[in-house]
Design a protein around this ligand. Sequence first.
Ligand code: GDP
Ligand code: MN
Length: 399
Amino acid sequence: MNVHEYQAKAILKEYGVPVPKGHAAFTPEEAFAVAKELGGPIAVVKAQIHAGGRGKGSFKEPEAGEKGGVRIAKSFDDVRTFADEMLGRTLVTVQTGPEGRVVKRLLIEEGAAIKRELYLSFLVDRATSRVAVIASTEGGMDIEEVAHDAPEKILTFSIDPASGYSQFHGRKVAFELGLEGDQVKQCVKLIGSLYKAFVEKDMSQLEINPLIVTEKGDLVCLDAKLNFDSNALYRHPEIVALRDLEEEDPAEVLASRYDLSYVKLDGSIGCLVNGAGLAMATMDIIKLYGSEPANFLDVGGGATKEKVTEAFKIILSDPNVKGILVNIFGGIMRCDIIAEGIIAAAREMSLKVPLVVRLEGTNVELGKEIIRNSGLAVIPADNLADAAEKIVAEVKKAA
Ligand code: GDP
Ligand code: MN
């Protein structure tokens, strides 16, 4: 789960991490008021969307001005003008895709005098089962680009969870970043605080780009991007409360409400499957027969009639879906219950695309009978290959 920059900075601040003073604003008047409270002389107006690259981004509407999603304001009136230009307009960055994101919130911050821009991030490294630390002197830029063009400028190491953070980790980063004097001390403290926040809040990613050295010589986190492990959210209600559903794909939001694992893809065949492994196999075999899956969807082991109905709705909300393949193994879940769910959903949705159903497992005969007797134009299949071949053929026929 992602949060906005202003929320990320508030969390880090609780851990004693140095961030600029600032506040969120939802209207130009609020932005003006925040700037006044900060006192100036310089304020930064930052678009809050769940995507980076805002500084170099551009707005779709010409009225939004040409200055991107991070603007330096030299007066309180400028803050109001910039806020007015940005709010409600669509910001396109390298990370938003061509459709962009509508800006609904802003962060108004005190301006920082930048001497150097550095890069720092933490992430869960699955290969070593540890928290990896990545640091580079090339801050403010796209780190993938640095990794490609100048990999020697990136320091990577991991922290052993058993022994945890030690000051030498911080000194290693300080040395790599070319810090000196009191900055080394600040860096040791910073890395320690970030590590503590990362572990305690169950983050999967933390990126500070840029971490700056100010003209005065202090370290400040000028940008912050946090990602939280969704499997650990149950123990962080304070993080869940920060969720901004408007930043997420509506179908994925609906799916998470019904505890369905759904990922939208670009193909034309909707898949309704139970079990992640079976879902992967189903997607593979659709490709093998020459078509593309429209989604990954795992209804889970305990799928109810309601869940199956919602799953159908979610699949059909995607206009690219030209056919549906249901592939269910009734283990804990009985095939007759699944069959009833499929029929209820197909009726409720007045299904207009071909539907191939492959059931296997407990009560399979009863399940098939329920589908046969439903009067719906469901195409039964006997095994996975048969099912894939049939749905691909149906979709090609309709095209
Ligand atoms: P991103 O483009 O979405 O990653 O947004 P950032 O928060 O990283 O801002 C982009 C760039 O704007 C930074 O790399 C800085 O160069 C610049 N910037 C942001 N805040 C300030 C500030 O307070 N003062 C100055 N001078 N530049 C800033
Ligand atoms: Mn940034």
